[in-house]
Design a protein around this ligand. Structure first.
Ligand code: NAD
Length: 380
């Protein structure tokens, strides 16, 4: 377990209002390890809803703000200004909101995707790199599961040899059991059908980004060229709902990524398989405490979180092996490590996803769109 220091980091929040599920996840996860105290926020674009919500969370009246601009400006003038801001608004607003707080030297934890499109992603990346006083974390939370980290460690130790093939899929079902028609699409899919809000591609920004991040995180590889086939709901509803991508990696490995938000009955199905010259690894989000390690010589091994055969995973576990541990814990790992990195400011290795991985994922998504449009291989 990591050492927990007493002093908490003060946290402000943008987004994640009453109906946002992920807002709830951020607020719980930030408090898991007593590293943060939520002291300020703007939770909705509607100032009345925002202030009422903030008050119910126990935030003092003078720190429940109407807009993120007001929050950044007023907080920056306080002696007890927030140290970190967590952003959980729709994709195309991530860049502009993050930049406002970077200008005030406030650390950022942002939900994915890194930005709405590649142009925004490049601007944000430059801005983050230009301010040495701040750190940036991106909540690609699946990479923070203990057994995903164990998988990364096994790859780094050469246990599966040189990686040759990667297969990843992340599928969901946003249909609510209905046939999506023009007249019901807004009600069911909300801002996800608006490309100005969701950005380059709904399916790739919303969940494909997690799948690609998982690939580059565990393997340490980067995509070099891709060919993609992206499908939209229909000619009338132009939202991307399915993408199949073939990837050539920078070490010569081959990969396939399938992501869909209209895979009927497919609920939170994130699965990854990585094959190397000495064996393979398999992890499935619905059974997160186990990692299959299949050496090419010998029987398959089932590695269990927190157990002696998965030593590294203990660093990211709170609950003893045998008891289930899951989504919130993984999310909280990002908050915990980000806090440690801010407090310690050392050269120690931290595992939270950062701007480099964010930009890499934005480049991948942009290349997928180009490839699908041109029906050709495209460089990332
Ligand atoms: N990491 C994950 O697993 C995960 C899961 C779900 C959603 N997300 C991400 O979280 C983000 C939000 O998604 P959501 O489903 O919660 O959306 P949502 O529409 O349900 O909630 C967004 C909230 O932000 C508020 N908001 C929007 N713009 C704002 C602004 N300028 N100032 C203050 N508040 C503002 C809205 O009022 C709303 O309360 C997206 O980027 C999405 O991709 C991540």
């Amino acid at each position: 377990m990591q050492r927990i220091k007493a002093k908490k980091l003060t946290l402000g929040i943008v987004g994640g209002g009453p109906k946002s599920w992920i807002g709830h996840v951020h607020r719980i996860s930030s408090r898991f390890d007593n590293q943060y105290e939520i002291v300020a926020g703007v939770f909705s674009r509607n100032p009345n809803i925002s202030k009422k919500f903030g008050k119910n969370l126990g935030i003092s009246k003078d720190r429940c703000y109407s807009t993120y601009q007001e929050m950044a400006n007023k907080e920056a003038k306080r002696n007890d200004c927030i140290m970190v801001v967590a952003i959980m608004t729709p994709p195309s607003s991530h860049q502009i909101i993050a930049e406002k707080f970077i200008d005030k030297n406030i650390h950022i934890i942002s939900d994915k995707p890194f930005a709405g499109n590649l142009e925004q992603a490049k601007k944000l990346y430059k801005k983050i790199k230009s301010n040495k006083k701040i750190k940036y974390a991106l909540t690609h939370n699946y990479s923070a599961y203990p057994m995903v980290r164990e998988a990364k460690r096994l790859v780094e130790k050469g246990k599966i040899g040189k990686i040759e093939y990667i297969n990843v899929e992340y599928i969901q079902d946003w249909s609510s059991g209905k046939t999506i028609k023009k007249r019901n699409s807004k009600k069911i899919l909300k801002w996800k059908i608006d490309s100005k809000i969701v950005g380059t591609s709904a399916v790739l920004n919303e969940i494909g980004s997690h799948a690609y991040h998982m690939v580059i995180y565990i393997s340490g590889l980067k995509g070099k060229t891709i060919i993609a086939d992206i499908k939209q709901i229909s000619n009338k509803i132009k939202m991307d709902n399915n993408a199949q991508v073939i990837i050539n990696f920078n070490n010569g490995a081959k990969g396939m990524l399938w992501t869909s938000v209209m895979a009927r009955g497919g609920v939170y199905g994130l699965r990854i398989r990585i094959f190397g010259t000495k064996g393979s690894l398999e992890w499935i989000q619905n059974d997160p405490n186990y990692l299959k390690f299949n050496p090419s010589k010998g029987a398959v091994k089932l590695l269990e979180r927190g157990f002696f055969n998965a030593e590294f995973s203990k660093n990211f576990s709170r609950i003893k092996f045998g008891h289930p541990e899951g989504y919130l814990d993984a999310f909280a790992n990002i908050y915990r490590e980000f806090a440690s990195s801010i407090k310690n400011n050392s050269k120690k290795r931290y595992y939270f996803p950062n701007e480099d991985e964010g930009l890499e994922t934005a480049k991948f998504i942009d290349a997928c769109k180009k490839s699908s449009r041109r029906k050709k291989w495209v460089k990332i």
